[in-house]
Design a protein around this ligand. Structure first.
Ligand code: HEC
Length: 185
């Protein structure tokens, strides 16, 4: 009898830990998909605006489209979706909290040790929430508005939208920031 009891206990313990592990894997996959969706929705709009109206128009598109995409994804998914950076451009939305700041610093270290930016992500879970971050690396396109030399007309429009902008001076391959997702549990 005691053996049966122990067996059941063992089974319960292993099933529940299996479920726990599995749930966080599912949450991570869901977050990864949302982060991809964010990038996949924004990037074509950015490229299109650059081609149609040039980078100054693209800044205006980015200033409205990016927060809008974050809002829509948040509304439709049950996750809080945002972008954060150690050198924020949008200082009302992109300043990282403690966990995000620590992860962004870790991403910089991991990249310095040879991991490519596009492979970097991180998760954490507490009793009340599951969190996920996906690094956003600097590609050639990004340099126009985040690089070391930003054309004066672009600088001007950036300053008009973001007087406290800190998001320039980046080099190819560096980490511009991250998409950060939080899901209440
Ligand atoms: C046409 C100019 C332009 C280009 C090109 C551009 N960005 Fe940005 N970026 C902006 C603007 C404007 C914002 C602020 C948007 C907002 O208000 O949310 C921004 C914000 C961000 C943020 C959010 C954090 C913050 O500092 O506010 C990240 C991350 C980011 N950009 C990454 C990138 C990456 C990666 C690329 C290249 C794939 C890129 N950007 C290309 C203009 C640009």
């Amino acid at each position: 009898m005691k053996q049966v009891f122990l067996l059941i206990l063992g089974l319960l313990a292993s099933t529940s830990s299996w479920c726990g592990g599995d749930r966080s894997t599912l949450l991570e996959q869901e977050a990864e998909q949302l982060a991809q969706e964010f990038a996949k929705t924004l990037k074509p709009q950015l490229v299109n605006a650059m081609q149609q109206g040039g980078p100054v128009e693209a800044v205006k598109i980015c200033a409205t489209a990016a927060p809008e995409i974050a809002r829509e994804l948040s509304q439709n998914s049950g996750w809080l979706v945002k972008r954060v950076s150690l050198k924020a451009r949008n200082t009302s939305m992109a300043i990282p909290d403690n966990w995000e700041e620590a992860i962004l610093e870790q991403f910089d270290d991991r990249r310095a040790n040879g991991e490519p930016a596009e492979t970097l992500s991180a998760t954490t879970q507490t009793n009340s929430e599951f969190r996920y971050m996906k690094a956003q690396g600097v590609g050639p396109l990004c340099l126009t508005c985040h690089g070391e030399t930003v054309a004066p007309n672009i600088k001007q429009v950036l300053d008009s939208y973001y007087p406290d902008d800190r998001a320039t001076g980046y080099r190819l391959g560096e980490i511009r920031g991250a998409i950060s997702l939080t899901r209440p549990l």
